[in-house]
Design a protein around this ligand. Structure first.
Ligand code: ADP
Ligand code: MG
Length: 700
């Protein structure tokens, strides 16, 4: 291949790639040499060494090739497709049960390579349901003894894995010469990792299984390392270059704040408050994650911190993921601060324009002390006079990215608010590191006193009357209930064809059958904000007895008199979500219950419900959830801000993540902005991957 080929050479211009191949590669986004070799296999298939038909032994798994000389479909009870393969040494019969579709691919005259278990059939030999691959007449035939491991690439209808493999094989040698390693040799050796070029070669053309594993380890490590370097650089930048307002703190201020709080703090809240107060009284920007189980009282911890800002005559904000939650915070905090001079305001996407304008001008003039809202707070024109503290409630949905945006509300480039992030449910350490690697972590342990544990029971559809009889009995004692269902309107069908239960239908059934004459109301995201607010308020007042809702009540909704929750089709919800939902009950001193109605159809679904019944500890649940479903499912990439890893797997590669995290911390300590000449390559790759999302542009 000529030397002028570089990693950015378009696929059309690559020697050995036909125009047709290039066009097909483009459909997968493989537009240039670099992208093509970076298209990694999703797995590797073991290929048996090939033998001639004459050498095949019954009872072994083998692989051979030859020409198809006859085919026939066989109908009847066991429809199948049969073919005869010949090579110069003999005949092999092939049978595919239910394989009529094979005739598109297998017909007399084509040459194929087949693999499978060899059996006898009468005097001859056959393979049932073999893997078959047509040997393309266009390209040269693969060598007689193929690599034992063949890469399987992400492919599409138009271009299959083998075609991709052929293209990559042609250009790989030149590409490998061009790949620059961003890790120094000594560094790699110390960690027993191959060079980047070697790793790519081992992925595309592995000689044995240990090459596949070794190269995967290197590439997964790289993904973790880049993210961790980014996160640590950002953290170092925040700490060393940026300044946050150092809030005043004294015994007097502490006593003054406590006077406002409606409860004595729990031991868990105390320790979090101590850590936070120490942070906020320094000019180093705080970046702290507050982890605590559902109902552990994180809001009070946040309020304490916000009142510290107010005591210093500065502003604070708290951002919630939904309007309902923002409204609830607004009402809750207004009540607590009623007798004080603290000025609160609520800003959401639904705030009418004239009101919004007035609010923004008061905010800029410093006439609002605490601003409560949704991510409407992140809008460009929201300007504080002096924002000292930004609290982000209940979310892993706000990833690193959004936190970067929030900084923009600071008045000048070197000043930034302190940031506290509160999670809705506990996050396993592995994920916390990845999602929030640049944060310190405080844990609010335990629950406020006087809570009685929630008893969780799982019942099948046939026994759901048990659940609703319990609800009726509790309502008779003056308590309240939630019923949670997956859908809002009838008519949605699940993947298995099963009808999904919806708010409307369930509400009607309850009215007709189990809860006659009870005042109930629907609550879901499609209702207007006013209606929702009104419903919530009437539920809080005890006027509405039962809410039939979707997961809009998932986070934060707080009505202590509600003592029972029924979740229909509970297997449709994730573990973290169920835990969040269940956290809506057990908030008062009366014994509470949670009924999970489900007939799980998958082992995972079954496992989740089992875990739900066994424990109410959110930290335990979070770990289990990650085990059962894997991180991709637990935190959808888009909503979490979790970077898409192509090779690394958060469950499987925990040890590697720890290593990358330690390495990145040490690296950034040694070289805070990666400015040494030998760091040019890694720096460039880092900026390309995370420059924008981590806001590294201003890091230097
Ligand atoms: P979460 O951590 O899930 O956000 P909340 O802040 O909503 O929990 O608090 C849950 C409930 O516990 C609320 O009703 C709150 O008023 C109450 N609570 C919080 N702290 C205490 C405390 N120290 N003593 C008694 N009740 C408390
Ligand atoms: Mg909360």
């Amino acid at each position: 291949m000529p030397d002028q080929v570089t990693l950015t050479t378009p696929v059309e211009a690559l020697p050995g790639i036909t125009a047709r191949q290039a066009g097909l590669l483009r459909t997968l986004g493989l537009t240039n040499l670099g992208r093509l070799v970076a298209h990694l296999p999703m797995r590797h298939e073991r290929m048996e060494a090939e033998s001639t038909v004459g050498q095949l032994t019954p009872g072994t798994i083998a692989s051979t090739r030859g020409e198809i000389t006859a085919t026939r479909p066989v109908m009847g009870k066991r429809p199948r497709f049969e073919a005869v393969l010949l090579d110069h040494t003999g005949r092999l019969d092939l049978v595919w049960f239910n394989g009529l579709y094979m005739r598109e691919k297998i017909y007399p005259g084509v040459r194929v390579r087949v693999q499978g278990k060899v059996n006898t059939r009468g005097p001859g030999l056959q393979i049932v349901n073999p893997k078959a691959e047509v040997i393309d007449s266009e390209g040269p035939e693969p060598a007689e003894h193929d690599a034992a491991w063949r890469p399987v690439y992400p492919a599409s209808e138009q271009i299959n894995s083998v075609m991709i493999w052929r293209a990559i094989k042609k250009v790989l040698p030149r590409a490998l010469e061009l790949i620059e390693d961003h890790l120094p040799e000594a560094y790699r050796k110390e960690r027993e990792m191959p060079s980047l070029a070697q790793a790519y070669r081992m992925q595309h053309q592995p000689e044995n299984e240990s090459e596949i594993l070794g190269s995967r380890r290197r590439l997964a490590y790289d993904e973790f390392l880049l993210l961790q370097l980014g996160v640590h650089m950002r953290r170092a930048h925040l700490r060393e270059r940026l300044r946050a307002p150092a809030l005043r703190f004294s015994e007097g201020i502490d006593a003054h704040i406590r006077e406002r709080l409606p409860f004595q703090l729990t031991a868990g809240q105390e320790s979090a408050v101590r850590e936070i107060a120490a942070d906020l009284s320094r000019a180093t920007p705080t970046n702290r994650l507050i982890q605590g189980d559902v109902g552990s009282g994180k809001t009070l911890v946040a309020l304490y911190a916000m009142l510290m800002a107010v005591a210093s005559k500065m502003q604070a904000s708290i951002m919630a993921p939904t309007e309902i939650l923002a409204e609830q915070h607004y009402e809750g905090l207004s009540k607590i601060l009623k007798a004080s001079r603290v000025r609160l305001a609520l800003l959401t996407g639904g705030t009418p324009k004239p009101e919004r304008e007035g609010l923004l001008s008061r905010l800029a003039a410093g006439e609002i002390d605490i601003l409560i809202g949704t991510h409407a707070l992140l809008t460009e024109d929201v300007r504080f006079k002096e924002l000292a503290l930004a609290v982000i409630d209940e979310q892993h949905r706000f990833g690193v990215h959004q936190r970067a945006r929030l900084r923009a509300s600071a008045t000048d480039a070197t000043s930034t608010p302190h940031v506290l992030v509160m999670t809705a449910t506990p996050i396993p350490r592995t994920l916390a590191i990845t999602l929030f690697g640049d944060l310190d972590i405080s844990v609010v342990r335990g629950l406020p006193p006087g809570r009685s544990p929630i008893v969780t029971s799982e019942v099948g559809w046939e026994r759901r009357s048990e659940a609703y009889e319990d609800v009726a009995a509790r309502l008779a004692r003056g308590e309240q209930a939630y019923v949670v269902v997956p859908a809002i309107e009838p008519g949605e069908a699940g993947p298995g064809g099963e009808a999904i239960r919806d708010v409307k239908t369930v509400l009607r059934e309850l009215e007709e059958r189990w809860l006659k004459g009870v005042r109930m109301a629907p609550l879901h995201g499609r209702l207007a904000r006013d209606t929702r607010e009104a419903v919530m308020e009437r539920f809080r007042q005890g006027e509405i007895k039962v809410l039939v809702a979707t997961t809009v009540i998932e986070v934060g909704v707080d009505v202590p008199n509600a003592t029972v929750m029924v979740v229909e089709q509970a297997d449709r919800f994730g573990l973290a979500q169920l835990h969040q939902l269940r956290g809506r009950v057990g908030r008062g001193s009366k014994p509470s219950g949670c009924w999970l109605i489900a007939d799980p159809v998958t082992p995972e679904g079954d496992a989740r419900l089992g875990v739900m019944c066994a424990t109410t500890d959110g930290f335990v649940l979070a770990e289990k959830d990650l085990e059962i479903r894997g991180p991709g499912e637990v935190f959808g990439t888009r909503q979490s801000g979790l970077p898409p890893f192509r090779v690394a797997d958060l469950m499987r590669d925990r040890a590697l993540l720890d290593m990358a995290r330690r390495d990145a911390a040490a690296w950034v300590k040694r070289s805070p902005v990666l400015a040494f000449p030998e760091e040019a390559v890694i720096r460039r790759r880092l900026l390309k991957s995370y420059g924008e999302s981590l806001g590294l542009a201003d890091v230097g």
